[in-house]
Design a protein around this ligand. Structure first.
Ligand code: PLP
Length: 426
């Protein structure tokens, strides 16, 4: 942007340091064109670039923030903790504090382990599933993104959906040949996979609300069907709740819809914006993990005290009466305003609580093939028109937007007008 010289200069410098100038590909503007804005501060729903422009932020660290940027309780907790202990390489009480809260909110976490990212959580949960079942294969869904572990880079969503890479280079075929991928919301395809590979599938891993091909919600009976099939087949069901955990209520989608997986992966919100992940589930399964059992998984910074303190500070806010209702109410009003004014032959707004995607395609969108019918060039024009108006949405069609506690109803009213106006951008 011509009026942001400091941001531009910082990005040019980043290009000399990092591949594509970024430390994670979804931050690049590869699918919308142009140069990423470099940010230097955040408060609530607003981000600020080094040129002092303020942006209304709907990315919210890809969902890691539900209270907005630098909320006072997190700042206080991290400041306090940083003076006490930052990393120790031995157990801390902080791990227990956050662990207890997670276990209380999601009772299927009979035992859990903290790691440092969602990728690690998923990778470790799959290792447990393979060890328990003594089976090699994993079943995932097209457009489901579960981090960048080798075995999962098959028909993955998010950056990969956007960049249209079916998989990553550098991943040897034997590492993905045990991964099956079938369309989301298609129980027949799941049954067919089990028929084709009898006794071979260790786990089915699913985002209970898929949010990495844009937001795609499960059709009635889909999650229940997965539970029934996996139970019948002696296969573990893993809910990847890295995005959905604590997003809609104090717990996971599993505690809301009443479908209990064997293992769960978490990340984002539970670390309050600091690096964190967690996986857990039935005690007998988690007792396979070292030092109790033979599944090795470790981490220098696992259960990091700063991340634990930040996570606990966030958790304590989430239990305040009416917290989620307030987000759902204002988000619903915002999304319904848009839906009433959108041309349904051209747009489809998928939404749930504070999570949404505006697809540049008519609905319904129930799987990756339908999501991919979107007009991504039109999305790119919309994105840039919004950026001009200092509104930051995901720089890619196949992502979600996040409305959290910090978005005020007034900001959302103004954003609704801006969203609709930006659709006319040429
Ligand atoms: C559902 C899901 N699982 C796993 C991951 C990987 O998490 P991380 O980026 O922390 O490694 C993501 C990241 O966006 C995700 O959305």
């Amino acid at each position: 942007m011509p009026d942001s010289p400091l941001s531009q200069a910082a990005f040019q410098e980043a290009l000399t340091l990092f591949p594509g100038g970024v430390n994670s590909p979804v931050r690049s503007f590869a699918s919308v064109g142009g140069t990423p804005v470099v940010f230097s501060r955040g408060k609530g729903a607003l981000l600020e670039d080094p040129d002092r422009h303020k942006y209304l932020d709907f990315v919210q660290s890809w969902g890691a923030h539900i209270l907005g940027h630098t909320p006072a309780p997190v700042v206080r907790a991290v400041s306090r903790q940083v003076r006490r202990l930052t990393s120790v390489g031995a157990p801390t009480q902080e791990e227990n504090h956050l662990g207890k809260l997670l276990q209380k909110a999601i009772p299927s976490l009979e035992r859990l382990r903290f790691v440092s990212s969602g990728t690690e959580a998923v990778m470790s949960a799959l290792r447990v599933a393979r060890a328990w079942t003594n089976r090699p294969m994993i079943l995932k869904f097209d457009g489901g993104y579960h981090g960048h572990a080798d075995a999962l880079l098959v028909s993955a969503g998010s950056g990969l959906a956007t960049l249209n890479q079916p998989a990553s280079a550098g991943v040897p075929e034997p590492l993905t040949s045990a991964t099956l991928s079938v369309p989301y919301n298609d129980l027949e395809a799941v049954r067919a996979a089990f028929l084709a590979h009898p006794g071979k599938i260790a786990a089915v891993i699913v985002e209970p609300y898929a949010a990495n091909m844009g937001l795609v919600l499960p059709l009635p009976g889909f999650l229940e069907g997965l539970r029934a099939i996996t139970q019948e087949q002696g296969t573990l069901l893993i809910f990847d709740e890295v995005i959905t955990g604590f997003r809609f209520h104090w717990g996971g989608v599993q505690t809301q819809v009443g479908v209990t997986p064997d293992l769960t992966t978490l990340g984002k919100i539970i670390g309050g914006g600091l690096p964190v992940g967690a996986y857990g589930g039935r005690k007998d399964l988690m007792d396979l993990v070292a030092p109790v059992g033979p599944v090795y998984q470790a981490g220098t910074l696992s259960g990091n005290p700063l991340a634990m303190a930040a996570g606990r500070a966030v958790m304590n806010q989430l239990t305040r009466p009416g917290f989620y209702e307030a987000i759902a109410d204002k988000a619903e009003r915002f999304f319904e305003t848009l839906i009433h004014r959108l041309d349904p032959t051209r747009y489809y707004l998928a939404h749930k609580g504070g999570l949404a995607t505006l697809f540049f395609a008519p609905g319904p969108i129930n799987n990756l093939t339908q999501a991919k019918s979107s007009d991504t060039a039109a999305y790119a024009r919309w994105f840039h028109a919004l950026l001009e108006q200092k509104i930051f949405v995901a720089p890619a069609q196949f992502e979600a937007m996040f409305v959290g506690a910090a978005h005020t109803p007034r900001a959302l009213r103004l954003a609704a007008d801006a969203f609709l106006k930006a659709l006319d951008a040429k």
